[in-house]
Structures are given as structure tokens and as C-alpha cells.
Design a binder for this molecule. Structure first.
Ligand SMILES: *[C@@H]1O[C@H](CO)[C@@H](O)[C@H](O)[C@H]1NC(C)=O
Ligand SMILES: *[C@@H]1O[C@H](CO)[C@@H](O)[C@H](O)[C@H]1NC(C)=O
Length: 288
């Protein structure tokens, strides 16, 4: 038994790789080693270049719930997001080197509202526009039917003023304190109408009415009253009596001559000399 086993080892223990096979294997192992080293170096280089760290890559950090980029991000195509928010306590600026547009769409995908910031204008395409203050009071609202200015005062500062093609309905038109108020119609007539009364009052000044042709004061059911301690009708014509009356007894007042106030049948007033009848010649122009 021992002999046979001894003989067996001397014959079969020569297994292994020798010769060119062994050199090939060494070469292969060497090649693998080189590749591993190159791979490792490349990996390290890439890690170095990309600034990998335990928290992320370069300016990009992995945080719970997302990623955080502390540098600039350039999205050269569409960016889909549901909310864009500034950092806490920081302002946000949206900037466009050309036009800037914000659209909103309805369920069918049609654009229903648009804010457009273009070359030289801001446009807002929408059915209704509304500005409210923080308490919800409407300061300005505009839609197809009306424009409402809810602010306390609507001030038009332009020199041209405000132009209305229709009517202006208001319970009060008042000038600024310190300014005068004028109602003017430079080329057409002006009408003031109120069924329950028109009051013109000047508490500290005159009232003057002047016109080119007739000035008419008419009252249908009431009277025309002149209520004053002094009533002047200056410019009345004076009748020249036909028969010259005898000269007065020297009491003629020289400065304040007193005349008789007479009325023609057509209602015209005229003056007659103090002496004699309150009469005018038929042919005189006093009553015409
Ligand atoms: C910006 O908008 C105007 C219209 O207001 C248009 O004519 C112009 O072409 C737009 N410019 C660009 C760069 O889209
Ligand atoms: C004035 O006219 C009336 C008739 O119109 C006439 O009766 C009267 O005599 C005239 N008086 C004088 C002063 O001419």
C-alpha cells in the first residue's frame, strides 16, 4: 500500500501551471492590478473633481426631503415646479431679459388670465381686476361693466384733468380748500336745474349775473322779491313832460334829485320829473 502511494505522489504531484501559462497568468494579474490602480485613481480624481463629500456633491447637498443647491442652477429648458419660494427672510426677484409673461389656464388648458410685461407696457388680460387692502376693502376694481375706485380720495393730478364722455353723478362738487370752483361751458350753454329749489348764496361777497341780451326773472306761482334796504334801478329813462311846469320854488335839490317812478302799461318803469303828472308823451320812446 505504502509503495503504491509513494509511487503515486512522485508521478501525480507535478500538477500546476508552468512555463508560458505561468507567465501569462502573471501578466494577467499584473494587468488587472494596473487596471485596478488606474480605476481607483480615476475614481478618486472624479470624486475630487466633482467635490463629492459625505453630504453631497459640490454645491449640491442631499438634505432630508430633497436636495439643496447653494450655487447657481441653470435650467435651460422648462422647469416644472408647484411652488417657487424665496429663502426665509430673503426677497425674490424674477428677471427676464426680454418679455415676461405669467399665464393661468382652465381645466381645458385654455389661457384664461395673463400678465404680460413687455417692451414698454404691463398688460393684464383678465375678466376682472381688483386691488384690495389687507382688510379686504376694495381699493380699485375693474371689469367689463364698471370701474370702482374705493379709496377715500380719487386724485387726478394731470393738468388736463379728467374727461368723462357720459354724465358725472355725484352729490357734491367741491373745490379744494384754497381754490376756486368754476363751472364752465366755453362754447355752449350751461343749465342748472333742480325741481325742488335752487339756492345761490354768497355769505361774504357779491352775486353778480350779467349777460348780453335779456335777463329774465320769472316766477310762475310766486313772486319776484327784491329784499334789500337799497334797490337801485340805474339807467331808467326819464320822461320829458310836454307842458313845462312852473319853475320850482328854489327848493330844488341840486345833487340828489328825486323823481317819480312810473310804470308804462307794458310794465316798463320810467322816471318822471318830481313835479307834474306821472306821464310820458305818446310819441316818446320811454315806453317802447
Ligand atoms: C415682446 O412682446 C412684443 C409685443 O408686445 C413683441 O412684439 C416682441 O416680439 C416680444 N419680444 C420677444 C423677444 O418675444
Ligand atoms: C295819446 O294817444 C291816445 C290814443 O292812443 C290819445 O287819445 C291821446 O290824445 C294821445 N295823447 C297825446 C298827448 O298825444
Amino acid at each position: 500500500m505504502e509503495d503504491t502511494s509513494c509511487r503515486g505522489t512522485t508521478h501525480n504531484f507535478k500538477v500546476g501551471i508552468y512555463g508560458w501559462r505561468k507567465r501569462c497568468l502573471y501578466l494577467l494579474i499584473l494587468g488587472l492590478l494596473v487596471m485596478v490602480i488606474v480605476n481607483l485613481a480615476l475614481t478618486l480624481w472624479v470624486l475630487k473633481v466633482m467635490e463629492f463629500s459625505s453630504e453631497g456633491m459640490g454645491q449640491l447637498r442631499i438634505v432630508t426631503g430633497g436636495i439643496q443647491l447653494s450655487g447657481q442652477a441653470m435650467v435651460l429648458d422648462a422647469l416644472l415646479a408647484s411652488t417657487i419660494r424665496s429663502r426665509r427672510g430673503q426677497p425674490i426677484t424674477l428677471e427676464s431679459s426680454r418679455n415676461f409673461t405669467i399665464n393661468t389656464r382652465d381645466e381645458d388648458g385654455r389661457i384664461v388670465n395673463r400678465i404680460f410685461l413687455g417692451n414698454d407696457r404691463l398688460e393684464c388680460h383678465t375678466r376682472g381686476f381688483r386691488v384690495t387692502d389687507t382688510r379686504g376693502t376694495v381699493l380699485f376694481s375693474a371689469d367689463k361693466n364698471e370701474v370702482v375706485v374705493g379709496a377715500e380720495v380719487l386724485r387726478v393730478t394731470g393738468d388736463g384733468g379728467a374727461i368723462f364722455d357720459g354724465t358725472v353723478q355725484t352729490p357734491l362738487v367741491r373745490a379744494d380748500s384754497g381754490n376756486e370752483l368754476r363751472l364752465e361751458s366755453p362754447t355752449r350753454s350751461l343749465e342748472v336745474r333742480a325741481p325742488l329749489g335752487v339756492l345761490m348764496e354768497s355769505r361774504a361777497g357779491d352775486i353778480s349775473a350779467s349777460c348780453l341780451t335779456d335777463l329774465k326773472l320769472q316766477s310762475v306761482a310766486g313772486a319776484v322779491r327784491l329784499d334789500s334796504a337799497n334797490v337801485y334801478l340805474s339807467g331808467l329813462k326819464t320822461a320829458t313832460p310836454t307842458p313845462q311846469p312852473p319853475p320850482s320854488r328854489g327848493l330844488h335839490p341840486t345833487r340828489h334829485e328825486i323823481y317819480q317812478l312810473c310804470v308804462c302799461s307794458n310794465g316798463k318803469l320810467f322816471l318822471a320829473p318830481p313835479e307834474g303828472l306821472c306821464a310820458a308823451d305818446n310819441d316818446s320812446s320811454v315806453c317802447r
